[in-house]
Design a binder for this molecule. Structure first.
Ligand code: AP5
Ligand code: MG
Length: 221
């Protein structure tokens, strides 16, 4: 079991998971990882192999790269391995985990290997808005999965696999549902207020007051 404290950040592709959780973690000194970022870093070795890398490892990375390009999900063991390695290498205790768990088997395995999470931030954004945001980002991002076909597959994967995960956490009263279609600042204010209910984080000058909170309550408190 891990001695760390985890808040998962879930939502469709382009719902703002990275934008919000990376910024909040930097601002408040929390641990942060994105399973997507860690996987992209790993598969980048395919195009730029480090000296001495084994062909079998490259072959496996090519396989993962293809899954990501098409908008599917990579194997649970790979993702959980990356989370374990990253969190264990740091002395941070409080972690925002962006993009995990995406299917029920990941929930189960995480509990067995790392323990229960504290809460789950769930960003709700319509498929239309997700698509528009990602097509726009695709003009400059260089991400292999920011094209219309892959975006549609990612959205479908989210509905097929991750909807059950969110339902699961709603049932456990761990889901904090955030309307992710508002401005970045409005969504951020809600997330900070909710995280403050869980963990001690400092109040920053100019931070919006708690009354701004618009999260819905299948919530914790
Ligand atoms: P991952 O990297 O997690 O991609 P994703 O879930 O498709 O989501 P994105 O990172 O594209 O979007 P985001 O929600 O972070 O939004 P962002 O803040 O960037 O995963 C990639 C792949 O890796 C997966 O498809 C899968 O293959 C694999 N993978 C990852 N985790 C896995 C797991 N657990 N198991 C198995 N496989 C896994 O924002 C998007 C855009 O919108 C940006 O341009 C941003 O500026 C803009 N934006 C953000 N918020 C707002 C706002 N409020 N208003 C207007 N614009 C906004
Ligand atoms: Mg992201």
């Amino acid at each position: 079991m891990s001695s760390k404290d985890f808040v998962f950040v879930l939502g469709g592709p382009g719902s703002g998971k990275g934008t919000q959780s990376k910024w909040i973690a930097d601002e408040y000194g929390l641990g942060y990882l994105s399973t997507g970022d860690l996987l992209r870093e790993a598969v980048a070795k395919v195009d730029n192999p480090p000296p001495g890398i084994e062909e079998t490892e490259l072959e496996e990375l090519r396989r993962l790269q293809q899954i990501m390009k098409s908008g599917g999900l990579v194997d649970d063991a790979v993702v959980i391995g990356l989370i374990k390695k990253t969190t264990q290498q740091s002395d941070k205790v409080h972690w925002l985990i962006d993009g995990f768990p995406r299917k029920m088997s990941q929930c189960t395995k995480f509990v067995e290997e790392m323990g229960e999470c504290t809460a789950v931030l769930c960003f709700e954004v319509s498929d239309e808005v997700l698509t528009q945001r990602l097509l726009k980002r695709g003009e400059t991002s260089g991400r292999a999965d920011d094209n219309l076909v892959a975006i549609q597959n990612r959205i479908q994967t989210f509905h097929n696999e991750s909807a059950d995960v969110i339902q699961h956490y709603k049932g456990k009263k761990k889901a904090i549902v955030v309307d992710g279609e508002r401005s970045v600042n409005a969504v951020r204010a809600d997330c900070i207020a909710e995280i403050r209910k869980l963990w001690h984080i400092p109040v920053k000058e100019g931070e919006p007051k708690q009354e701004a909170v618009k999260t819905s309550c299948c919530n914790l408190l």
